[in-house]
Design a protein around this ligand. Structure first.
Ligand code: ATR
Length: 282
């Protein structure tokens, strides 16, 4: 067993805008752990080689971001049930000579929602999810775990929404994007998982006026911190959750695997990352 300080990294392509090093370095300092967390910019063609030599490079594991999550799932020799259900891995660690893969998007999403809007699931069981990619899949799964029984998926490409709905079966329904506005009456929770509203992307152009006053609006986009969707929800006085919460909560399990202590998402950490997003809005 090596006595070198533990190391981990975020593996992506590109990876320079990742906030993960800031998050994990904050926790290392807070907990007084000698260790490090860096960035590894790895092209798709080199990913397999990089991951198979993680230990030789001195890493205990790492986070995996775009475009490597499906490949990481295939390369992991052991996977959590959550990773299996999503067929994508965002957290890798070496344990007992095996390369373990987990997907922490489900607990990240729920951790953020629980922290920002206590008792949100008591409001009701009707949710609308916008988008049908990997993030939407994790979020639908998360909502089903919390007994949200009536989930409508709206997506620009209806077929992808239908595919997702088929995967989950009863209780999850695909709807054409054009019907979105009229479908918001009686909805308890609206979640945006698309890239719309992100800096450099078109805004998410929907009218929230049909949402009830008790509804919660959650946007997983965190650059800018207040997306046009969240700004509209704030103007209506609705309860909201920004994407930074999910980002911070999904980072917790990886840190615990690599560095041996469970870190906490504190207001100080949130403020640190908010300041970074505000000063470098990319
Ligand atoms: P992720 O895995 O992060 O969820 P993804 O699989 O690329 O990423 O999914 C992005 C989502 O944003 C998709 O639902 C996409 O809609 P399509 O399935 O029709 O591509 C949605 N999206 C991206 N740009 C969009 C736009 N300009 N208008 C509407 N939806 C958009």
């Amino acid at each position: 067993m090596s006595t070198n300080p533990p190391r981990a990294c975020v593996i992506g392509w590109p990876v320079k805008h990742s906030r993960s090093p800031l998050i994990h370095t904050y926790w290392l300092q807070q907990l007084g752990i000698e260790g490090s967390y860096g960035r590894a910019e790895v092209a798709p063609a080199d990913f397999q080689n990089f991951v198979s030599h993680l230990a030789e490079k001195g890493y205990r594991g790492g986070n995996v971001t775009l475009p490597h999550k499906e490949m990481a799932y295939r390369l992991a020799t052991r996977r959590t049930e959550r990773a299996d259900s999503l067929q994508a891995v965002n957290t890798l660690w070496i344990e007992g000579g095996e390369l373990w893969g987990d997907n922490t998007d489900i607990i990240g999403f729920l951790g953020g929602l629980d922290a920002e809007v206590q008792g949100w699931e008591k409001t009701g069981d009707k949710a609308v999810v916008l988008g049908a990619g990997g993030a939407a899949r994790a979020i639908v799964q998360a909502l089903l775990l919390r007994n949200i029984k009536n989930i409508l998926i709206f997506n620009r490409t209806l077929e992808r929404a239908e595919e997702l709905a088929r995967l989950f079966g009863s209780g999850v329904t695909a709807r054409p994007w054009q019907q979105l506005g009229e479908s918001l009456a009686g909805v308890d929770l609206l979640v945006n998982t698309t890239s719309l509203g992100m800096a450099g992307q078109p805004p998410l152009d929907i009218d929230l006026s049909a949402l009830p006053s008790y509804a919660v609006v959650d946007d997983i986009v965190y650059v800018p911190l207040e997306t046009p969707l969240l700004a509209q929800a704030h103007r209506r006085g609705l309860r909201t959750v920004g994407g930074l919460s999910m980002l911070l909560h999904q980072a917790v399990p990886g840190f615990e695997h690599w560095f041996g202590q469970r870190p906490e998402v504190t207001p100080e950490l949130l403020a640190l990352i908010e300041a970074d997003v505000t000063s470098t809005p990319k």
